[in-house]
Design a protein around this ligand. Sequence first.
Ligand code: ADE
Ligand code: ZN
Length: 329
Amino acid sequence: MPLPKAELHLHIEGTLEPDLAFELAARNGVKLPYADTDELREAYRFEDLQSFLDLYYELMAVLRTERDFEDLADAYLARAATQGVRHAEIFFDPQAHLARGLDMGTVVEGLWRALGRSEENHGISTKLIMCFLRDESADSALETLDAARPYLDRITGIGLDSAEVGHPPVKFREVYEAAAALGLRRVAHAGEEGPPEYIAEALDLLGVERVDHGLRCMEDPALVERLVRERIPLTLCPLSNVRLRAVDTLADHPLPAMLDAGLLCTVNSDDPAYFGGYAEDNFRAVRESLGLTEERLRELARNSFLASFLEDDEERRARYLAEVDAYAF
Ligand code: ADE
Ligand code: ZN
């Protein structure tokens, strides 16, 4: 059994495996511009975040009904269970679906059909985090938050994703304030392709409690010092960073230096169907390429539970941490 862990940076749409994409395409009469799964996999050669996002949004066309979202989430949870995931805080991108004519209920209720049964079916507790697309307008984000109001009992927090450069956190100040007033937790992608200034801005202007990626903080020692001092968790995604060329090779990944600096790092899979690995695959990859010790891996697993939004169930968090502590490599 792999090391028990929480997955905190996982886009549910990024778990759409080619087989399921074709199955859903057939079920819904959607024509994909690829002859088969092999030809689709050929398209998985990304140069940067945008080239990945183009394919990621294109393939979402196969998701049409509640059952599609349920099947997508259920397939992810089944896989995550084999990778030692005990708790998952799952992102979804409603704007990408609303723009295709779906409604918020189809997306949230569909996902919830799988998440609501996840503990009994897969032994994984879950939370849902609604992301805003930062390359869409601030007004669109506000409208999306409004559309989510009937479903807020299902949604733990908000996030910010999609094309980062040129779309600084400040653009979303108002919607983050509104979400905070509704009691929603706040995270945001920052410092993946964008500069370290976006990380500081996300903390100062959006009040984020966790930074997704945050990789480029390493360019600013004062920012690193602040992140350490304030115990701000970073949700790193090593295999994603290689595929989207944030780092040249896994051996160049700054994770060991980040841990040495005292940063509260976690390891996650981001969009595993596209980047070649789920949660434990990422752990295994950093272990092999970066020579992380067992105690470092245990620290990463502990961090994942410490950084998760389990304040509503501290007993559960303590149980998960005890599992990590008792784990024999
Ligand atoms: N949407 C899905 N994956 C993403 C990533 N790695 N960065 C930004 N937006 C995303
Ligand atoms: Zn991401």
